[in-house]
Design a protein around this ligand. Structure first.
Ligand code: FRU
Length: 486
């Protein structure tokens, strides 16, 4: 075994037991076996089995990268962890095997990713000191990777690019291959002050090896200084670009996290300010990636986390040697000019049972819980998750949904790890909610996925309760799924 992989294995062995005993481990969400996880990578279905890779730092619970972890699943819900598949072992990826995607063809998985290098020295790592290389590896089983082939290096990018160019997403269309890359473009404002712009580069290839620049999509008016993790795909004849802009200013009900992720239809790209829609309005969502299943569904999985939040809020699993997970895989559909996102239908096939009400509360210590509220009709409603003293409140009123860990004095509940409040609005009024709770993650799908909120929550098992205010006219169903004992 190569030295890098040996080090990951040692870390997994050393911390594995502590991590496995953590009460915050989830059941249906991809987690790192130990350490830190960020972006989902290389999502695909290969020979019937789902493959999910992820940015993985087994050696450091606070990140820093180093590996692509690997999980497989037959139903998008039960994931089995395998060994890491990629780590730094060529000069072009010495500082990190960054995010990328998979293309399945000819009984092989082709993986495209960014090799990151930060040279030691006094550099800004924007205009100097960094190289971003796009690299290809092939695999016949999803686990063992070929030698690395260099596809694009610094000399291949347009002149006005900074050194931040990464996260290749590759697809095939009309017999050709396309690769979209996230970029930070060097730019200045009207006063001559440096003001970089986010954008994407699209490359085209006939053989997946030789690539040439096809298009640069850089908005006239800056919309953030850098775009990470771009993705291009079609839904119901509409082509859209999903990306993660950094540097947008927060405003009421929009851009409440430090970095965003969302999409825009190609037909509406002229006006990003008005037409960019966020994928998620919760505290914990970033760097999503989509893929198409063999039965033609477009599935999206995000990282249930956001970079650079450690100073504002925390994940209480860190003391047990791990943090972060991915979101529940969700199916995307497009109608009424919007993309809807709902958990994959495989979730219905789990063994759900009607939950038991005890003193007006449902308990869900070791169980996964699903609560469905319908006919809400925009009336004011409240849902509390936790105990009297330590809970998350979900408030629904009119077209608005608010998630708040704050009490009347504005003090954050311990179970939020410092998280405060997030709000989002639907187009008309709130009609229904689906709340999915899996140990330390809550995902709320409003109006059949018109609006979604993802948040982590750290309640001890005995604190795991859900209760409601008045819900006279609305109909409510709460079901639970027993955690299988290992
Ligand atoms: C997004 C990101 C990507 C990069 C990766 C490194 O969270 O910054 O742009 O490839 O994480 O882990």
């Amino acid at each position: 075994m190569k030295y890098g992989f040996q080090k990951a294995k040692e870390a997994e062995e050393k911390m594995g037991r502590t991590v496995a005993g953590c009460p915050f481990r989830t059941r249906y969400h991809i987690m790192p076996p130990v350490g830190w996880l960020n972006d989902p990578n290389g999502l695909c279905q290969f020979k019937g089995e789902f493959q999910a890779y992820f940015q993985y730092s087994p050696l450091n619970v606070n990140g820093g990268g180093g590996y692509w972890g690997h999980c497989v699943s037959k139903d998008l819900l039960h994931w089995e962890y395998r060994e890491p598949v990629l780590t730094a072992d060529i000069p072009q990826d010495a500082s990190g095997v960054y995010s990328g995607s998979a293309l399945v063809e000819d009984n092989k998985i082709y993986i495209f990713y960014t090799g990151n290098v930060k040279k030691p020295g006094d550099y800004d790592y924007i205009d100097a000191g960094r190289t971003s290389t796009q690299i290809l590896v092939e695999s016949e089983d999803g686990q063992n990777m070929s030698e690395k082939t260099i596809l694009l290096g610094m000399e291949d990018y347009p002149e006005d690019m900074t050194q931040h160019i990464r996260d290749p997403k590759v697809w095939k269309e009309d017999g050709e291959y396309y690769m979209v890359l996230g970029a930070r473009v060097r730019a200045w404002d009207s006063q001559g002050k440096r003001r970089d712009k986010g954008g994407v580069l699209i490359y085209v290839s006939e053989d997946k090896k030789k690539w040439s620049l096809y298009r640069e999509l850089v908005p006239e008016k800056p919309f953030g200084y850098m775009w990470e993790c771009p993705d291009i795909f079609s839904l119901s004849e509409e082509r859209l670009l999903s990306f993660c802009p950094q540097g947008l200013e927060a405003r009421e009900d929009r851009f409440q996290n430090i970095y965003q992720s969302g999409y825009v239809f190609f037909s509406q790209m002229e006006d990003l300010e008005d037409n960019f829609r966020e994928w998620d309005m919760g505290f914990d969502f970033y760097a999503p990636q989509s893929f198409e299943t063999e039965d033609g569904r477009r599935i999206l999985i995000g990282w249930a986390g956001v970079p650079d939040t450690a100073k504002t809020y925390r994940n209480l699993s860190v003391e047990n040697g791990w943090q972060h997970c991915l979101t529940i895989p969700a199916e995307l559909t497009c109608h009424d000019g919007k993309v809807y996102r709902m958990p994959v239908r495989e979730l219905e096939d789990l063994d759900w049972k009607r939950a038991v009400l005890e003193n007006g509360r449902y308990r869900w210590a070791d169980k996964t819980l699903r609560a469905v509220f319908s006919q809400v009709q925009g009336e004011k409603r409240q849902i509390c998750i936790g105990t009297e003293k330590n809970h998350l409140t979900v408030t629904v009123q009119g077209d608005q949904v608010e998630l708040s860990f704050l009490d009347k004095e504005g003090t954050p509940a311990p179970c939020g790890g410092g998280r405060g409040k997030r709000t989002g609005r639907v187009e008309n009024k709130v009609e229904d909610l689906l709340i999915l709770i899996d140990s330390s993650i809550v995902e709320i799908f409003v109006n059949q996925g018109e609006l979604v909120f993802t948040t982590r929550i750290y309640l001890e098992k005995e604190e795991r309760k859900i209760w409601f205010g008045k819900w006279e006219n609305a109909s409510l169903e709460v079901v639970e799924e027993e955690q299988q004992r290992k």
